[in-house]
Design a protein around this ligand. Structure first.
Ligand SMILES: [Zn+2]
Length: 317
């Protein structure tokens, strides 16, 4: 028997069980968004690596699924996503999955805090000079009037996500339950520690008014008592109109806005147009971590990035 064949047979014999009676394969986990992937990676620790669908600066509001994503989904034991109002691109694929995959739809998880999308003021477009709509109940666009789905930017929700993922992994791979439990506890501790440091950093800028690019941050704002007044883009799937930008410019002084934040997922020039010639500052907020390396630290880095941008821009002299 040649060496390669011997090696293959040996490898085949080794696959089913690792030395300590644990199956060699940990569950195959697919996660849609980087910050949530990060929390899942924390729970899996050294035992396995979850797969991330949305990489780089792709926006979940406009993403189109690729063939490799579809394959990853059909092979997955566990899929973790927020839900169809966030990852619209995943909706049909998740619906069509067979019984093989277990799906954790985070916005439905008990104990996850849900906040409503905001209306009025500069949270929505000024419709006063438009023709009245025939049917007021027609589609008002993205998530309007529904719950806001950027749930991962709340440290309490992040802790809840960690617990739910640990429970799902325990169901799929009970032999490693002690590992999942220990990793979940360590990840929760990191979340709590980070929360305390962000609280200290953001307390001095609590009163300062600002405008975000799209309504992605209310969980973060609520957690740290921040004073946001509105969003540039009412619908994150569409660029704001010229009329909207004029409207915003007029609102800056009225609301004593100190900063208008941009995002790497969207066109920064739009924000520059809005603040040009005023003393309003700008900085980048990135709710999904376009340049952040995927892994257990990503959620912490994304949260710290938001905190640094907000404290830096709002706290400047
Ligand atoms: Zn968003």
């Amino acid at each position: 028997m040649d060496f390669i064949r011997k090696t293959l047979i040996f490898a085949a014999l080794c696959v089913p069980l690792a030395p300590h009676g644990l199956s060699a394969q940990t569950p195959d986990v697919v996660v849609s968004l980087k910050p949530i992937h990060s929390l899942v990676a924390g729970v899996m620790g050294d035992a396995g690596k979850p797969r991330l669908l949305l990489k780089g600066s792709a926006s979940p509001h406009t993403y189109q699924m690729r063939p490799s994503d579809a394959r990853a989904l059909t092979e997955a034991d566990l899929i973790v996503w927020v839900g169809e109002a966030m990852e619209t691109f995943l909706h049909r694929a998740v619906e069509n999955l067979g019984a093989r995959s277990r799906v954790v739809t985070l916005h439905e998880v008990p104990g996850i805090r849900l906040l409503r999308n905001r209306e009025g003021g500069i949270w929505e477009e000024d419709h006063h000079d438009e023709e009245p709509h025939v049917d007021e109940h027609e589609d008002h666009g993205h998530e309007h009037g529904e719950f806001n789905m950027h749930i991962w930017l709340d440290p309490a929700n992040a802790g809840r996500i960690v617990d739910e993922v640990a429970a799902a992994l325990t169901f799929l791979d009970p032999a490693r339950s002690a590992i999942w439990r220990a990793n979940a506890a360590a990840t929760r501790k990191r979340i709590v520690d980070l929360h305390a440091s962000l609280q200290a950093r953001l307390t001095p800028v609590r009163g300062h008014a600002f405008v975000v690019f799209h309504d992605a941050y209310q969980y973060f704002e609520r957690a740290y008592g921040l004073n946001s007044k509105g969003a540039v883009a009412v619908d994150p799937a569409r660029a704001p109109s010229a009329k909207r930008l004029v409207e915003l410019r007029a609102a800056l002084a009225e609301h004593k806005i100190r900063c208008v934040f941009t995002e790497p997922q969207f066109e920064p020039d739009l924000v520059r147009t809005v603040i040009e010639g005023s003393d309003v500052g700008t900085a980048v907020l990135d709710p999904i971590g376009a340049d952040t390396k995927p892994g257990p630290d990503a959620w912490m880095e994304i949260m710290r990035g938001l905190s640094d941008s907000m404290a830096g821009c709002l706290g400047r002299n």
